[in-house]
Design a protein around this ligand. Sequence first.
Ligand code: GLA
Length: 356
Amino acid sequence: MPAERLRAFAPGRVNVIGEHTDYNDGLALPFAIADGVTVEATAAPAVDAAKALEAQALDLGERDCFPLHAPTPAEGWRGFVRGAAAELAAAGCPLSGGRLEIAGSVPRGAGLSSSAALEVALCLALIELGARAGRPRTDTALDKLALARLCSRVENEWTGANTGLLDQIASLFGAPETALCIDFRALSIEQVPLALGGWRFAVADSGDRHVHASSGYNDRRRECALACELLGIGSLRDARAEQLGALPEPLRRRAEHVLAENERVLAAVAALGAGDPARLGELLNASHASLRDLYEVSTPAVEAAVTRMLGAGAAGARLIGGGFGGSVLGLFAAGVPLPGDALEVRPGAGAHISTS
Ligand code: GLA
C-alpha cells in the first residue's frame, strides 16, 4: 500500500434492545458488529488546485467528484459523501483534496446501520486525510461524541432521514465482547460485558428493504414530538405512565412503547449481569410485540422472519433498527443450531483508522 493511502473502517451495529428510544432521550443497548464500511483514501497531488474530492462506490461501480469548498446535495450514497465533507468543514475541520474508495460488507437497508457506518468511515477518512496534509485536528476530530453528532447531521440534513444517535455512537464506541448501555439524555455510555455463557445472537434478513427518509420513521418521530407537546414535556423520558391515558391514539400507543422499552433496557442489563440469557430472550419477545402492536413498525416479511427464528428454537426474537423491513435478531441457547438463513453476530471493535 503506498505511504499516502489510509484506511478508515466503521462497523454497523446490532441493537440488543431499546428501539425508537434514542430520539426520545431514552435508553438503548447496542453493540458494534464485525461488518461495516471501509473507506480507503489517497491524498490528491499538490497540483490539484480545485481541491476536489473524488469518490467511488466500489460495490455499485459509481463515481462522484465535487469541489471541497462547495459541495451541493445529491441523491443516494453521494449525499453522504458530500454531507460528510460539508459538515466537517462547517465544524472547522480542515479538509484536503483526495480520492476515496468506498466498500461495504453491511447490506444497505437491512437494519444493521449501513448508513451510520458509511458516515463514520467517511468522516474518519476525511479527518485523517486533512491531518496527514499537515492541518491541525479540531475538537470534533478528537471528541467521539461530537463526531457522532456531526455524523447524525449528515444523515438528517443531507439525506432527509431524521434519525437519532444510536447507530453513530454504537459504531464509534463499540468494543469486542461488549454492549453499550447508552443513556441519550445524559449522553452517557456504559460498557456492559456481553457474557452469554455459550448462548448466541444471530441476525436474519427479512428481505424487506427500508429507507428511513421515505419509510414511516420520520412520522414516528413527529408523533412522539406531538405527544410531548400535548403532555407539556420536553421529551418522553419525562412522561409518567399514568399521564398517557390523556393522549389520543395512536400517540398513546407510541408513548407506551417508549416508556416500557426504556424499562426493558434496564431489565436486559440486569439479566446480563445476573447471567440470565433466558430472561433476555423474554425481553426481546416483549420488545418485538411492542414494536409490532404499539409502535407499528413491523411488516409481514419481518413477522415471517421472527416466526422462522422462534420456530428454529430461538429463546427470543425481534426486529432491530427503525423497522418497516430490515433484519431480525434472535437469541439461541447453547447447542441450538442456527436456522439456515441466520448469521451469528458478536460485538466487534469500534471505528478506527488503520495505517499503511
Ligand atoms: C434507526 C435510526 C436510529 C434509531 C433506530 C430505532 O436505526 O438510525 O437512530 O432511532 O432506527 O431504534
